[in-house]
Design a protein around this ligand. Structure first.
Ligand SMILES: [Zn+2]
Ligand SMILES: [Zn+2]
Length: 169
């Protein structure tokens, strides 16, 4: 969805989920669950405040199973006209993130996708108490209690085990 910056009224503009009839994400597997954004003009800039809720496919860092991560992104962004040259960039005095628009057009899809991406978990877990993979047989301990604790590790599984250990850190 494209917002024409000069069309934003002085009192601001509220964007809700239903305003984005098309999914804003380039990956169709990402789902927008909720959206509320308030856009206000501040000189040539646009201030965007609000919240995005989305479900994004992730791979669990412990058991390596894919799952849909629920993401809530708090939005607090200053969107400035894209400067003609890098020399013109004037850093915002406040702590807002800064994004850019060009030709009076603010692409809301890009804003929503960027903010959602920034809110993705660093270490995704399918659930808080995910049991991960068995270090011996590599089985998913959420699914089967393999009970192979006492057996010597299979060297063929060392690679998988290392991967799981690294990802769960
Ligand atoms: Zn898991
Ligand atoms: Zn096992």
């Amino acid at each position: 969805m494209i917002i024409k910056v000069p069309d934003i009224p002085d009192e601001g503009l509220t964007i809700e989920r239903k305003a984005l009839e098309d999914a804003p994400f380039s990956d169709p597997a990402w789902r927008l669950d909720g959206l509320r954004l308030q856009l206000e003009r501040d000189g040539p800039d646009v201030l965007a405040h609000g919240e995005i809720r989305a479900t994004v496919p992730q791979v669990c860092g412990r058991c390596l199973e894919p799952f849909g991560a629920r993401v809530t992104a708090g939005v607090d962004v200053r969107v400035a006209p894209r400067p003609a040259t890098a020399d013109n960039v004037e850093l915002a005095a406040d702590d807002l993130d800064v994004a850019f628009y060009a030709k009076d057009e603010l692409d809301l899809n890009v804003l929503v996708e960027t903010e959602t991406t920034l809110a993705l978990p660093m270490k995704p877990l399918c659930r808080e108490d995910c049991l991960g993979l068995c270090p011996v047989c590599g089985g998913n301990r959420n699914v089967v209690a393999c009970g192979c604790r006492d057996r010597a590790p299979d060297p063929r599984l060392a690679v998988l085990r290392d991967l799981a250990a690294r990802r769960s850190r």
